[in-house]
Design a protein around this ligand. Sequence first.
Ligand code: SAM
Length: 321
Amino acid sequence: MDTVTPEHSAPEIARSDSTDPENPALAPGLYIVATPIGNLGDMTRRAIAVLGAVSAIACEDTRVTGKLMAHLGLKKPLRRYDDHADAAARDALIDLMRAEPVALVSDAGTPLISDPGYRLVRAAREQGIAITSLPGPSALITALTLAGLPTDRFLFGGFLPAKDKARRDMLTELASVPATLVFYDTGPRLVETLDAMAQILPRREIAVARELTKLFEECRTGTAADLAGHYRTHPPRGEIVVLAGPPVAAEAPDEAAIDSALAEALARLPMSQATKDVARTLGLDRRALYRRALELQGETPATDSSATDRPATDSPGTEIA
Ligand code: SAM
């Protein structure tokens, strides 16, 4: 049987605030409010009006939100909330929303985007609470608009895993997605991320967007290997978004170039490692290269109907041996 969630509508602000954005009379419900990611000038007038009119604010860290409120000259009860909060704490907030307008903010940017709020919004919807979301800053969208990479399709991957193998596995899984990939990152991990991208997405255009909306904002583009080299010698500070352009169609190198690269690699490496290296460097299918390596060494390759001669993307292909 289909399950149907209760109808929910936006609270009255959505209809009434256009007349007097500075002084809205807020209906009970949940107001999701985006806050700046570094530049306080990015606080919208509507966000300020709503934070000034709600009865309470659910936030990640009361100190961080307290500072923002002090900057805005506002004072409201702050309730600490994250998605690990127990059901009782969530229910208490939901009960409050039935009678009063309640805002949800995160430390910076848009709540729920790699930040708490999903469970609260879900619970509020299930309970038929009126919800509205005030659009505003998010590092994801800011970086995407800045990087000069295709924006018609993108996949937001949140933070990549901290452990090397898990990080590589995730990049491998996403390598064939025909979209720009966007990840949040941190300074101490950036070089490891770029090293992994250099192996798994070697031919992609990568962008590192750092300290967005702040004094030292920068957006640097290049291959992952180039950027890893740069940030190895210039350890990055601050907050970071890393983007990888969509898979690039391989511009097929001619056969002589492939044979020469294979011969050079076979002279110094075992066959499986040599084909792996050349596949990465030239962005070619590893199985097809393996068959060619066997031919070059005078062996007859076994027929492999699944092997393709030319790769469509720079994804690393199936492991051999
Ligand atoms: N909810 C936020 C948003 O909408 O952007 C993101 C919160 S997430 C916990 C924090 C991460 O967002 C940072 O580690 C960084 O990757 C990214 N980020 C936040 N502010 C940024 C900024 N000013 N410049 C670059 N990246 C930023």
